[in-house]
Design a protein around this ligand. Sequence first.
Ligand code: AVW
Length: 219
Amino acid sequence: MARENDCEIIWKAFEQAYVGRDPCDVPPQAYDPLINSVKQHVVCNTMMFWSKTKDTVKAFADNRECLVILEGTLLGFVFDELTWCSKNESKETFTTDCPSWSHCENNPVRSFWNRASVNFAATSCGNVSAMLNGSLEAPFSSTSVFGSVEVKNLDPSKVNSLTVLLVTKETDLTTCDNPSFHALQNILDTKIAYKCRKVPYSKVEGCISDPEIPCSDCL
Ligand code: AVW
């Protein structure tokens, strides 16, 4: 039986995106061959996006099949927390002294996450959710990857609804009426239903410490 994903092919596709290129001149499209080299089985109704809640979401999605985050897919898992770049006419990969996220737009790491996020959003289906941070004055940011890339790439012919799960601590004042969510609804395709719900942080914490608790009892 042919192997579903071939690591040699995936690795070559990864390297061709940035090796030998100026580290500020790697656009998201450079990763097209990498994205196309991976076959990922998608399960509708499980995709979860996030913004400013990375540690919580990662701990929560760990060991829970009912939830799939980008960092739990093959490419997201492999490249999570990594830094890489090359140089013009170099054959090497460096893991230090690479451009930071905002130093220049088309850096290898930022372009990878933008491209992978387009793909994750575009392949999503059914009812999807986004875990946002209720401890912030404005939990939704239109310049975040979630706000600038993922929301815009949800396919209205496949995605029925987007539910914001606002993770809130007892002393937090932010609610689903927060003005930043108007911006989110303005970007979201009108064919996709928008919902928002507060989720107590204590509940999420309890579910993180016990992966046996079913998703339906956590969110
Ligand atoms: P985030 P996103 N400067 O918590 O919505 C430095 O804001 O963007 O969530 N690093 C940055 C910056 C920045 N301006 N923006 C993003 N990052 C890096 C993929 C940084 O490593 C998943 F599917 C930070 O920890 C989520 O739904 C991380 O990106 C969505 O994108 C998250 O920033 C989360 O991206």
